[in-house]
Write a protein that binds this ligand. Structure first.
Ligand code: SF4
Length: 1012
């Protein structure tokens, strides 16, 4: 019998996780190995956890003796990392033991230049009173919007920021508490990183998540990696690519900089930063023109055959329906032609001139190889090679990260991947997919839990002021989503959510659709004096926000800032940043010491939607507390301040269901998230159990069923059972939705429901059992509705028409139950139903496709009219700057810059420039250079490499340079923040900034130049 390491330990100790393994080793293991393990494990407790850096979700084991962490290593029984950790992951014990951790609550009075320490009681009492005071003084029961008074029940004076490093349970409580307090200003890291992923992926496929998962990459035959340096930033993801590569898969890397990912690629294409849509458009056009697409898949699984409206147009960079004054599209012309039953009318062949396929064929015909090359700098032959390689090798996987998202057209760049993969038949199949490489440990879960101003948990659109009743909200969102909304309300308000009061709909604060509640909008609101109290948990916007001067000005203008953190971050200490006199800053600041991941329990969701439980291995240092405890205690303190209130504005706080036992807060919240049958009190088994009549409650519908059968399925550890041999491991943790690992997997079958790839079958229609079956959970509306029923032919069932969208048509499904649904039930990108190439807001060249419409017409920039949003031009700032993270330092660097050996590896920020530019500027490797943009200037060392090269774009030489953005003025390693330079123009559909392309100048400098 084969037995894995953990099973063996369990057997030997007679206990599971967390119990002593003393004296049990050396019994069955080889002698040498046994002696090593014995030394390490005798008298030691083991706790499993998962890494707190990127979203690979690598498993770790914490070894604890006498309450002390004595060792941390990769978990050899974890299905993703199989025992390995990257440099960052391996360095995590240093954070637990660091003397630099904040250990007691602190307070900085207005104008003071120092911290004073507080007791927890004092700190939380003061903060609770501040929240109440700001809420009471700045309450809007109603708001006049375009001449109409609406009930909004909202305060804009309080905002929450964070956090992708928190557990799902903490994120859920941030969302719930903030909405109960009456604010919709709730944001986190997803806004600045993968903001465009959800709208782009859902516009193409219906859901906004990574379609496949890490282990599935071993089945790919070709990879297109664009806008990602996966070898450095998702190291264990690269491991699965390497497995496929060892079996013959071809790796294509498209990036402006030759990175460690490029070094491992079979094809490397150097692209100009900001020109990806022109390159991808040329690839798509080549595939269409040369009939390299998968015709059977395209006809069966996409909207290619549906008829576009005859008044759909695209001219000179603009789609039909554009209103120049508002920068907004009216989308009626982007719909389908409907037949007599209000279903889209359908063509008989792809040659029908009115069908979607013909529409996109015409649209893409402008993207010739030559034009794609002229704009992107990638040679014609290489674009052709990439297109042919993608078409020839199936299945193929596309992977992207922030190089794709951080643009003013990020949604549309990711839409290109969706179109390309639908044409090639690569969605819903093992080894295929469009896979978003998430960079924070729980940015998937924090987005799922709606720590975002425009969502409720499970990506339900947040109610707006003009949706005055739940019925109105349902008209815009459909009865399908109404059911899930009701379940969230039941989870939040319990018996106080009834059919009579529309399940508490009126108790939610309502968004003003014309206001900007995003992270950038919040900082601008602080500058205007509207946002007065910011509560920031595990996020460091004073390093990570673009155009930092605006963020710092916002922090300067707050009345109160609360920071819940491990460290003295740049955000917590913004008032004593270099060059600023603390006396001039009147913001009072609370710094609350928080626990690190191994010091608390709860779940995180990795990029592949796997929700896994982490155990608390050790206590937090000093008086630090878990975020969930701080949030719970603080919320109860605020609520107690209102206990006798009869004011309608306070009823959401008083009527909310909020009872989490102090000895099991995380599991209790997770139960609320996963759903309960209120008639029996038992957990629901899945989404299908959720009812629209208030008899079930579920905090986040997409997580329904993670307590199926009464057990916490996120704790499961079966790494042996993989019936199809596909790397699915259905008994390891739990994956949303419903433990499904490959989304849209119905598309892997033919019309009759049989697998098209006989080597990699994943689901199929079992004619004997009369149901869908397979190695994964079949992605079908009803498991017993066969291929001969309409439900059996909806491979992209979340879209109204049940098909993958080449053209992101605005469409309502005329389901008889949903008669009142408007046309825009499914998401349609704000800036077009097809991805068009636009230059970055700061560009070194003209738009070769439509010079008069050079940049995305839906972008509103500058947003501030006081000079804080300058736009640089090429005459003063001739070089293109792109920024990113690296293997040794992570995001704002507040954790990694406090690890001495990571600082030894990469001690300071740099600017990487090509040799040609170094010669021109008279700079040598290691000398200092001043880098300036229209927004600021920093001085850093120069790294001169061949990894950066000049490109010929539109007939001119264009130079790109690169900088990491991981530094600030706090920590063991300090240095200037690159985001002083970057631009905060944002994608109109995602609010994510254009950190991957702005203009800078570079000159030689001496050490000691500007640092902020
Ligand atoms: S940073 Fe990512 S790849 Fe590295 S150990 Fe952590 S989860 Fe794994």
């Amino acid at each position: 019998m084969s037995i894995n390491r953990r099973q063996w330990l369990k057997k030997a100790t007679g206990a599971g996780v967390g119990l002593a393994a003393a004296g049990v080793l050396g019994v069955e293991a080889p002698e040498v190995q046994a002696s090593t393990k014995k030394e390490k494990l005798e008298g030691v407790e083991e706790f499993t956890s998962a890494c707190n850096f990127c979203a690979c979700g690598c498993g770790m084991i914490c070894h604890v003796k006498d309450g002390e962490l004595i060792n941390l290593e990769g978990d050899p029984d974890h299905v993703i990392n199989e025992g390995a950790l990257c440099a960052k992951g391996a360095a995590m014990s240093a954070t637990h033991t660091s003397e630099r951790r904040v250990k007691r609550p602190r307070y900085r009075a207005p104008g003071s230049d120092e911290w004073t320490e507080l007791s927890w009681e004092e700190a939380l009492d003061k903060i609770a009173h501040k929240i109440k005071a700001n809420r009471d003084a700045n309450w809007n029961a109603t708001e006049n919007i375009k001449g109409v008074d609406y009930q909004v029940n909202r305060t804009d004076a309080i905002g929450f920021i964070g956090a992708a490093q928190n557990t799902n349970e903490e994120c859920y409580l941030i969302t719930k508490a903030s909405r109960l307090l009456g604010t919709v200003s709730v944001e986190h890291q997803a806004r600045v990183c993968h903001g465009p992923s959800v709208p782009a992926l859902s516009a193409s496929f219906g859901r906004g998540a990574m379609t496949n998962h890490w282990l599935d990459m071993q089945h790919s035959k070709v990879f297109l990696i664009e806008g990602s340096n996966i070898a450095e930033n998702h190291v264990m993801g690269m491991k699965w690519i390497k497995k496929a590569q060892a079996k013959g898969a071809i790796v294509i890397h498209v990036d402006p900089r030759f990175t460690r990912t490029s070094a491992g690629a079979d094809i490397y294409a150097r692209i100009r930063a900001g020109s990806d849509i022109a390159f991808l458009g040329a690839v798509i056009n080549y595939i269409i023109q040369n009939k390299l697409y998968d015709e059977a898949y395209v006809k069966l699984n996409t909207n290619a055959l549906l008829h576009s409206k005859s008044d759909f147009e695209f001219n000179d960079g603009l789609f039909s329906g554009f209103d120049e004054a508002s920068h907004h599209y009216e989308t009626t012309s982007w719909e389908y032609e409907l037949d007599g039953t209000k279903k889209p009318s359908k063509a008989k062949s792809l040659d029908d001139p009115k069908c979607v396929f013909s529409t996109i064929k015409k649209f893409y015909s402008r993207y010739t190889l030559e034009l794609g090359s002229q704009i992107s700098g990638i040679p014609v032959d290489q674009i052709k090679l990439i297109a042919e390689t993608m078409a020839k090798h199936k299945p193929g996987c596309i992977m992207y990260a922030l190089g794709a998202t951080q643009h003013t057209y990020g949604v549309q760049q990711i839409r290109c991947y969706g179109i390309l993969q639908l044409l090639l038949g690569n969605i819903g199949v093992p080894g295929g997919g469009v896979n978003a490489l998430r960079g924070e440990p729980n940015v998937q879960g924090s987005s799922d839990m709606a720590v975002l101003s425009h969502y409720l948990p499970g990506y339900l659109n947040y109610p707006t002021a003009d949706q005055t009743t739940m019925k109105e909200w349902t008209k815009s969102n459909g009865t399908f989503r109404e059911k899930f909304f009701i379940n969230t309300m039941k989870a939040w308000f319990g018996d106080n959510a009834t059919a009579e009061n529309e399940y508490g709909y009126s108790m939610l604060p309502k968004r003003n659709p014309g206001k900007d509640y995003t992270l950038y909008g919040m900082m601008e609101s602080a500058i205007r004096g509207q946002l007065k109290l910011a509560y920031i948990i595990g996020q460091n916007p004073a390093v990570t926000n673009a155009n930092l001067k605006v963020t710092l000005a916002g922090l300067d203008n707050l009345d109160t800032l609360v920071v819940q953190e491990l460290w003295e971050t740049e955000t917590a200490e913004f008032w004593r940043r270099p060059g600023v006199d603390p006396k001039t800053i009147k913001t009072e600041v609370f710094l609350l010491p928080a626990a690190y991941f191994m010091e608390k329990e709860g779940t995180i969701s990795n990029a592949g939607r796997m929700v896994q439980w982490r155990y608390a291995a050790v206590n937090p240092p000093g008086e630090a507390k878990t975020d969930i405890e701080i949030l719970d205690v603080l919320f109860n303190k605020v609520r107690a301040l209102y206990k006798d209130s009869v004011d309608p504005k306070d009823q959401p706080l008083l009527k909310a269901q909020w009872n989490y036992p102090s000895n099991s807060r995380a599991e209790s919240v997770l139960r609320e998230i996963g759903g309960t049958d209120l008639k029996t009190g038992l957990p629901v088994n899945g989404i299908a159990d959720l009812q629209p009549d208030g008899t079930t409650a579920c905090g986040a519908w997409i997580y329904a069923g993670l307590f199926k059968g009464g057990k916490n399925l996120t704790k499961r550890r079966d790494n042996k059972t993989d019936p199809g041999g596909l790397g699915i491991y259905p008994g390891f943790a739990w994956t949303w939705p419903g433990n499904m690992h490959i989304l849209y997997n119905r598309a892997s079958c033919d019309e009759k429901g049989q697998p098209l790839n006989k080597d990699l079958p994943i689901v199929w229609w079992d004619d004997k059992l009369k149901k869908w079956a397979g190695w994964d959970v079949p992605d079908v509306p009803v498991a017993t509705d066969g291929p001969d029923t309409p439900n059996g032919q909806r491979p992209f069932r979340m879209n109204g028409e049940g098909l993958g969208r080449l053209l992101a048509a605005a469409y309502k499904d005329p389901d008889p139950k949903d008669k009142e649904l408007p046309r825009d039930v499914s998401y349609t990108p704000k800036d077009g139903p097809l991805p068009e190439f636009y230059e970055p807001i700061e560009s070194p060249t003209a738009n070769a496709m439509h010079p008069k419409c050079a940049t995305n017409p839906c972008v509103k920039y500058p947003r501030l009219t006081d000079g804080r949003h300058p736009i640089g031009t090429r005459d003063k700032f001739p070089y293109v700057l792109m920024t990113s993270s690296m293997a040794e330092h992570w995001c704002c660097g507040s954790t990694t810059r406090n690890v001495p050996w990571l600082n030894e590896l990469v001690p300071e920020p740099v600017v990487e420039i090509p040799e040609m530019l170094a010669i021109k500027l008279g700079l040598k490797h290691g000398e200092y250079a001043s880098v300036s943009s229209a927004r600021g200037e920093v001085t850093v060392k120069t790294v001169v490499t061949k990894r950066m090269q000049t490109l010929k774009i539109n007939g001119e030489e264009i130079v790109s340079v690169w900088m990491p953005y991981n530094w600030g003025f706090k920590g063991l390693s300090t240095g200037p923040s690159t985001n002083v330079l970057t631009i905060d123009a944002v994608d109109p559909g995602a609010g994510t900034q254009e950190t991957k392309a702005c203009l800078v100048n570079i000159v030689a400098a001496t050490k000691g130049g500007s640092h902020v």
